[in-house]
Design a protein around this ligand. Structure first.
Ligand code: AMP
Length: 423
């Protein structure tokens, strides 16, 4: 196997020097596949998640292009990077700083939640690259603090997350102020219909680099589906969670409201659960994740996009309380378990009205998902308060689904561990 170097991708020497100083020697797949066509001026559709090295995949070609040119006379920005959150904006700007250390370029990072004063001042002083979240950038455009009419390269980072956070209309309004003759790069981990529409209107004959990582893990995940009416899903979930094998569980719902509701219902019956979704503040999300990671919370209830950044090892089970609308999201969801070489199990609840979604998933997987009977779990759920409080050990439990080859409690669940959890 020949390994590619940044040099051979066609990047200028000051960039290669900065990369070497940062210890980035070998390009990641999104970089080796994405950088050459972008350097050649093509539009790019990158299907990649955080952690893939996608930031450098768009930052390096931008720096390569702008670093070789004199600044525009009034120093209006020539590259615009839109991203959904303040944290990402800061991270991207740090990456720009790191790689542009041998270039004379100015970067501004613009996000809400802080005073706009400094950001306005920076823009007025002249900048080459803007990294921004959509809302605050629109404010500054409205105040004429920044003008985008000289933008040559536009990047939409984590486009699906911008959609989930309700930013797409703002994004479209911003794009309307950017010249049509430009290079556009769009990154997204999933491709829901709204993003596919955006891509069709925005990108011109794009190169597509597809690096969805979750698909790799699918064969290490035991998958089962339980056919169940919507009104009985709540009891089914409670029954399943009586099984101690379900040690660290992510439950997926379609909506933020649904996530809150399921987390509340679990908490009410004594199961430690929290919800994580786009309406929660960054701090609340961090707290929920930390509690999940250190085991204080056993069940994290999440929407698709919120779960994206979750990289918690040893998630034993993924439960699809509702099936996702698109089959690709199913693969992403179940990929939350079986991280870092471990195995995992995924259980999906399928209501009669969700059969179409199940069919799509099975078509994508190219096999049927085995079914499991709801009955025993529903019976168990009738006794929940006593089981959860430890008054009754769930001795007569049905066989819980488990991850292949690493089931620690085969057969009946050990009573001791049940009591320890309940304590
Ligand atoms: P990203 O997916 O852009 O958030 O990048 C994930 C992490 O990988 C960041 O900490 C980068 O600094 C790092 N990274 C990016 N490209 C490379 C590379 N070619 N070699 C080593 N680390 C890298």
């Amino acid at each position: 196997m020949t390994s590619v170097s940044f040099d051979s991708l066609g990047l200028a020497e000051p960039l290669v020097r900065a990369l070497t100083a940062a210890g980035h020697v070998t390009p990641t797949p999104i970089q080796s596949q994405g950088i050459p066509p972008v350097l050649a001026g093509r539009d790019l559709l990158g299907l990649a998640e955080t952690g893939s090295g996608k930031t450098a995949a768009f930052v390096l070609p931008i720096l390569n292009r702008l670093g070789g040119l004199p600044p525009s006379p009034r120093r209006h920005p020539r590259a615009l990077i839109l991203t959904p959150t303040r944290e990402l904006a800061v991270q991207i700007a740090d990456t720009v700083d790191m790689y542009s250390r041998h270039l004379q370029l100015r970067t501004a990072v613009i996000f809400g939640g802080v005073s706009a004063h400094r950001q306005i001042q920076e823009c007025r002083n002249g900048i080459d690259i803007v990294v921004a979240t959509p809302g605050r950038l629109l404010d500054l455009i409205g105040q004429r603090a920044v003008s985008l009419h000289e933008v040559e390269v536009l990047v939409l980072d984590e486009a699906d997350r911008m959609l989930d956070m309700g930013f797409i209309r703002d994004v479209r309004r911003i794009i309307a102020t950017v010249p049509q003759r430009r290079q556009s790069l769009l990154f997204s981990a999933t491709m829901p219909k709204e993003i596919a529409d955006l891509v069709a209107g925005l990108l011109h004959d794009p190169v597509r680099v597809d690096l969805k990582p979750a698909s790799v893990a699918v064969d290490r995940i035991s998958q089962q589906v339980i056919h169940i009416e919507v009104r009985r899903k709540r009891a089914l979930l409670a029954g399943l969670l009586c099984a101690p094998q379900l040690e660290r569980v992510i439950v997926f719902t379609r909506t933020k409201h649904g996530a809150n509701k399921v987390a509340r219902q679990l908490t009410e019956i004594g199961i430690k659960a929290d919800a994580i979704h786009g309406n929660k503040s960054q701090n609340a999300r961090q707290d929920a994740l930390e509690s999940f990671r250190n085991g204080r919370v056993r069940v994290l209830v999440a929407t698709d996009i919120a779960a994206r950044g979750i990289d918690v090892r040893e998630i034993t089970h993924v439960i699809n309380y509702e099936l996702p609308k698109d089959a690709e999201s199913y693969v992403h969801r179940i990929g939350r378990t079986a991280r870092a070489g471990l195995n995992g199990a995924a259980i999906s609840f399928c209501a009669p009205e969700e059969r179409g979604e199940l069919r799509d998933i099975e078509r994508l997987l190219r096999h049927a998902v085995p079914t499991m009977d709801a009955g025993p779990w529903l019976q168990l759920s009738a006794n929940i308060p006593a089981i959860v409080s430890g008054e009754v050990a769930a001795a007569a439990q049905p066989q819980a689904p488990h991850a292949p080859r690493q089931n620690r409690h085969r057969g009946r669940p050990p009573r001791r561990s049940q009591r320890r959890r309940a304590a």
